[in-house]
Design a protein around this ligand. Structure first.
Ligand code: CAA
Length: 257
């Protein structure tokens, strides 16, 4: 039983995780952290789920880590408990994760969205790393993932001033892949999730693994990794089916095998 989020599995092959702490604008406390990583691990292991979607409310995807929960912790407590390290579990999820962001995605909210694989924004979305205004800095990967997504100039600007950027600026900067009108965000996201879930799941997982490898390795090693994984797809039924269907001018029937 979860208290800070809802999980709904759809027969189309995706699961929708909805952050649900409206009174705190979905601020991410330890309970939310535990519920998100537990839900993600269960969905990652569930063969009926090929894609995970995470969203918030229209007003807030998440307004950051829970400031009230952490304001009185000491350095020793933060260090000993490795505060925020639990979020590393998100990067171990092997199936694609789509973040559908409406309203505020600030601090840890922006960082959680950036841990996902496809980042969709409603036209009301606002992204920012305002931690500097609290006398701290991003702690869930913002200084690293934001810099890789938007480059040094904008990451420095955002993290040093704490200013938020709107959906258009986020798209121009490469932080999000699409902007969708707020009232259509959920429906459009479900369509995209259905589309990805309809692909061969081993192939979508390999895409995720290969693209993520590019952030961790040299270009030549990354290209070699991609080529070997590409070769591996020839061991799948879905490769035979996908290529046969193209040649026979019909829709492929992927079986995730
Ligand atoms: N933590 C705890 N509570 C939060 C919160 C947060 N990050 N963000 C909002 N809330 C709470 C507010 O305290 C308020 O609660 P009360 O009604 O009990 O006072 C409720 O949510 C509604 O918020 P507001 O009244 O402030 O709503 P608003 O529409 O006037 O403003 C906002 C919205 C601009 C997002 C503002 O709430 C805000 O600035 N929030 C904090 C944003 C922030 O600094 N995030 C970074 C957190 S630190 C972090 O994330 C570290 C990291 O790297 C992981």
């Amino acid at each position: 039983m979860t208290e800070t989020l809802r999980v709904d599995r759809d027969p189309a092959g995706y699961a929708l995780v909805t952050l649900d702490r409206p009174k705190a604008l979905n601020a991410l406390n330890l309970q939310t952290l535990n519920e998100v990583v537990t839900a993600f691990a269960e969905l990652d292991a569930d063969p009926s789920v090929s894609v995970i979607v995470i969203t918030g409310s229209e007003k807030a995807f998440a307004a950051g880590a829970d400031i009230k929960e952490m304001k009185d912790i000491t350095f020793s407590e933060a260090y000993a408990s490795d505060w925020f390290a639990g979020w590393d579990a998100v990067k171990r999820v092997r199936k694609p994760i789509i973040a559908a962001v409406s309203g505020f995605a600030l601090g840890g909210g922006c960082e959680l969205a950036m841990m996902c694989d496809i980042l969709l924004a409603s036209d009301t979305a606002k992204f920012g790393q305002p931690e500097i205004k609290l006398g701290v800095l991003p702690g869930m990967g913002g200084s690293q993932r934001l810099t890789r997504a938007v480059g040094k100039a904008k990451a420095m600007d955002m993290c040093l001033t704490g200013r938020t950027i709107d959906a258009e600026e986020a798209e121009r900067a490469g932080l999000v892949s699409r902007i969708i009108p707020a009232d259509e965000l959920l429906d459009e996201t479900k369509k995209i999730a259905t589309e990805v879930a309809g692909m061969s799941t081993p192939a979508t997982m390999m895409v995720k693994e290969s693209i993520n490898r590019s952030f961790e390795t040299s270009l030549s090693e990354g290209i070699l990794f991609e080529r070997r994984v590409f070769h591996a797809t020839f061991a799948t039924h879905d490769q035979s089916e996908g290529m046969a269907a193209f040649a026979e001018k019909r829709k492929p029937n992927f079986t995730d095998s």
